[in-house]
Design a protein around this ligand. Structure first.
Ligand code: PLP
Length: 350
C-alpha cells in the first residue's frame, strides 16, 4: 500500500457526494430516484456569457493568466462590489481563483496557524470543517436549530470565543439551511467580533443573489468597521449558473490578497483564461438572467416547503435564500424502515 498522508487521512469524504453517489448507484439498478443532494442550478449558462467565452478563444486568450486574475476581471468584480454591495475594493485587494472553494481554502491556508480556532455556525456547508482541518486549525462549532431559523445569536458567538479564536465563517444565505441574516443581525454579531482585535470574518456570500426577500442580502463587510477584518468570498457559480467554469474570488485586506496570491502562484497559477473572460462578461453584462433564475428558485422554494410541511415527522423553516431545505427529522427517529429501526438522522437519510 502506498503511504497516504495524515493530512488526507484526517479529512472526511463529502457526505453530499456520498449521497449523490448512492442515488446514482440506485438509478443504475433501475430504481426511480430523485437526487436531492448536490447543490447546483439546473439552468444553462446564459448565452451572452457563452459568447464571451467563444470570443476569448478566437482572440487567443490562451496564455498563462496573472496569478490573481486578469486586471479587467478584477476591475469588473470591484465594480460589482461597489454597484451591488456599496463596498470599495481596489482590484489589488481581489484574487480570482478556481471557484469560491479554492479562494476559501487559500484564505484559510494564508491566515490560520496550527491550533488557531475557527468558529463555524452549524449546520454548515460540509467543506468548511474539512478545509479548516486541512489548514490545521481547530474547528469550534456553534449549533443552532430549526426553531432559531438556524441562526446564531451574539450571545452564542460570544460564548464560543476564546483567546485562540482567529476567524468566524459566516455564510448567508446559507448552505444547507437557506437562512439569511438581516443587516441588524449581522451588526449585532459584528459588535461582538469588534471587541476582539484578532478575529476576522470569512463572509461567504456566494448565494447573495438567490434570495426571496425582495431586496439585497446584506454582507457583514457593510457593517461599519468590519470591512478591514472581513474577507468576502463570492463567484459566478450560483448566480450565473456557471458551476463548471470554476471562477470565484476573495476580496479583503491587501495583505491577505497578497498572501493568497503568493500561495496560488505556487499551487495553481491564475485561473482559466477563457472562464475568466466569461466571468467578466457575467459581471459587466445585463443582469436580467440572474433575476429570471431567482424567480424560478422562489417558485420552487414555495412548492417544496409546502410539500415538506405535509411529511409526517418533519419540521422545516421557510428558507429565505439559496436553494436548500434542511428538515429536522427528529420526529422520524425510532420508526422502522423495513425491519430496520432508524436511530439517527444519518440513518434516516440512508
Ligand atoms: N460556498 C458555499 C456555501 C457553497 O455551497 C459552495 C458550493 O456548493 C461554494 C462555496 C463553492 O462554490 P464554487 O463552485 O464557486 O467553488
Amino acid at each position: 500500500m502506498p503511504q497516504i498522508s495524515n493530512r488526507v487521512l484526517n479529512l472526511s469524504p463529502s457526505a453530499t457526494l456520498a449521497m449523490s453517489q448512492k442515488s446514482a448507484d440506485m438509478r443504475a439498478r433501475g430504481i426511480d430516484v430523485i437526487n436531492m443532494s448536490v447543490g447546483e442550478p439546473d439552468f444553462n449558462t446564459p448565452d451572452f456569457i457563452k459568447e464571451a467565452a467563444k470570443r476569448a478563444i478566437d482572440e487567443n486568450y490562451s496564455r498563462y493568466t496573472p496569478v490573481p486574475g486578469y486586471m479587467s476581471l478584477r476591475q469588473a468584480i470591484a465594480g460589482k462590489l461597489k454597484r451591488e454591495n456599496g463596498l470599495d475594493y481596489a482590484p489589488e485587494q481581489i484574487v480570482v481563483g478556481n471557484g469560491a472553494k479554492q479562494e476559501l481554502c487559500n484564505v484559510l491556508l494564508a491566515v490560520i496557524n496550527p491550533g488557531d480556532e475557527v468558529i463555524i455556525p452549524t449546520p454548515a456547508w460540509v467543506s468548511y470543517i474539512e478545509l479548516v482541518k486541512l489548514a490545521e486549525g481547530v474547528v469550534v462549532t456553534v449549533p443552532s436549530g430549526v426553531e432559531e431559523d438556524f441562526k446564531i445569536t451574539p450571545e452564542k458567538l460570544e460564548a464560543a470565543i476564546t483567546p485562540r479564536t482567529r476567524m468566524i465563517m459566516l455564510n448567508t444565505p446559507s448552505n444547507p439551511t437557506g437562512s439569511v441574516y438581516s443587516l441588524e443581525e449581522l451588526t449585532a454579531l459584528a459588535e461582538v467580533i469588534k471587541k476582539h482585535d484578532n478575529i476576522m470574518v470569512m463572509a461567504d456570500d456566494i448565494y447573495e443573489h438567490i434570495n426571496f426577500l425582495g431586496g439585497k442580502v446584506a454582507s457583514i463587510a457593510q457593517v461599519e468597521g468590519m470591512a478591514d477584518r472581513t474577507v468576502i468570498i463570492n463567484g459566478v457559480s450560483k448566480a450565473y449558473a456557471m458551476t463548471g467554469w470554476r471562477i470565484g474570488f476573495m476580496a479583503g485586506p491587501l495583505a491577505i490578497a497578497k498572501a493568497v496570491t503568493k500561495l496560488q502562484g505556487q499551487m495553481t497559477s491564475g485561473a482559466s483564461s477563457i472562464a475568466q473572460k466569461a466571468a467578466e462578461a457575467a459581471y459587466d453584462g445585463p443582469q436580467q438572467c440572474v433575476e429570471d433564475m431567482r424567480v424560478a428558485f422562489e417558485r420552487r422554494r414555495d412548492l417544496i416547503v409546502s410539500l415538506a410541511r405535509e411529511i409526517p415527522g418533519w419540521v422545516v423553516n421557510c428558507p429565505e435564500g439559496a436553494f436548500y431545505l434542511f428538515p429536522q427529522v427528529e420526529g422520524c427517529l425510532g420508526k422502522k424502515a423495513g425491519d430496520k429501526v432508524i436511530n439517527t438522522s444519518g440513518e434516516y437519510v440512508e
